[in-house]
Design a protein around this ligand. Structure first.
Ligand code: UTP
Length: 303
């Protein structure tokens, strides 16, 4: 069944969290600005939205918003200095982030949770389905996920979450989904969701990761959602209500992702992302890989 609704064109990127796991680096800088090799994590996320056809990006920011806005804006002083030097390569790098998408910003004020951050996007989004990309979740550009989620939303209507199978002892770090198979092997029907469950109460090992395509009915629910786990207004709690009653905003489906994903808000995953992406880079990779090989075989064995 094909549902007729407007083509999805808007991406919302919540980036107003406190980033406490990365203190002190995040004391005066949003964690989304931490570099992954030589680009801030957030630029990968905006590039992913654009690659999936979403060129209207709303960033939900909080304190320390300046670096985020400045990064996606022109920097004439730097541009003219590079022009004078005739450094076309670096000039292109500086201009790349300001030419990517039409950027909009809204401030969350109090960081009252991810659900509250998404609700701040309501006036900009209006009455259309939209995508949400978490600023600290990095999906490898070679493993397109968002495009598939948009396709599933266009085919089936309602909302679509991204799911990834994790080890049972990891599920308490995520939202967990109760699922039923569909005729598409990478798509499941989501019948319930629990935020950060104890492993014994988790409906499955399918964890929700930071990509969503949402029906605008989620805004009405978020307005009524009370603070949940951690005293925060949880997006998962609102999605649970959508999943429990499809008359509200259509069904909730999950796209099962088997590709490479890094949680750059977690220090270990952040380091792994940098090593992996640096190894694969054409410019840095050859030297870095041979250093890494030497480091692992020689120096690590002494520990
Ligand atoms: P996290 O759960 O990673 O929280 O938020 P955090 O505050 O950013 O980081 P830690 O746990 O203290 O280290 C998930 C996503 O939701 C956004 C964050 O910016 C992140 O992208 N968020 C969270 C908001 O925009 N507003 C909030 O009130 C909470």
């Amino acid at each position: 069944m094909i549902h007729s609704h407007p083509r999805i064109s808007k991406a919302v990127i919540p980036a107003a969290g406190l980033g406490t796991r990365f203190l002190p680096a995040t004391k005066a800088t949003p964690k989304e600005m931490l570099p992954v090799v030589d680009k801030p994590a957030i630029q990968y996320v905006v590039e992913e939205a654009v690659a999936a056809g979403l060129d209207d990006v709303l960033m939900v920011t909080g304190r320390n918003k300046r670096p985020l806005e400045d990064h996606f804006d022109r920097n004439y002083e730097l541009e003219s200095a590079l022009e004078k030097k005739g450094d076309a390569d670096r000039l292109a790098k500086v201009q790349e982030s300001s030419d990517l998408a039409t950027m909009h910003y809204v401030r969350q004020g109090d960081p009252k949770g991810l659900g509250h951050a998404v609700l701040c996007a309501a006036p900009h989004v209006g009455d259309e389905p939209f995508a949400v990309l978490l600023g600290d979740d990095l999906i490898d550009p070679r493993d397109p996920l968002l495009r598939r989620m948009i396709e599933v939303q266009e085919q089936r209507g309602g909302s679509v979450v991204a799911l990834m199978e994790v080890a049972p002892e990891q599920i308490h770090l995520y939202g967990s989904a109760a699922v039923e198979a569909t005729e598409d092997s990478d798509v499941v029907r989501v019948s319930g969701l629990v935020e950060k469950p104890d492993p014994a109460d988790a409906p499955s090992n399918y964890a929700i990761i930071g990509r969503y395509v949402l029906d605008p009915a989620v805004f009405g629910i978020l307005r009524r959602t009370e603070p949940g786990r951690g005293g925060e207004i949880q997006l998962t709690d609102a999605l649970q209500q959508l999943a429990a009653d499809e008359r509200i905003g259509g069904p909730v489906h999950g796209v099962v992702f088997k590709g490479r994903r890094y949680d750059t808000g977690d220090r270990g995953d952040y380091l792994r992302a940098i090593v992996r992406l640096a190894c694969e880079r054409e410019d840095l990779g050859p030297d870095f890989r041979s250093w890494l090989r030497r480091y692992v075989t020689e120096e690590m064995q002494e520990r």
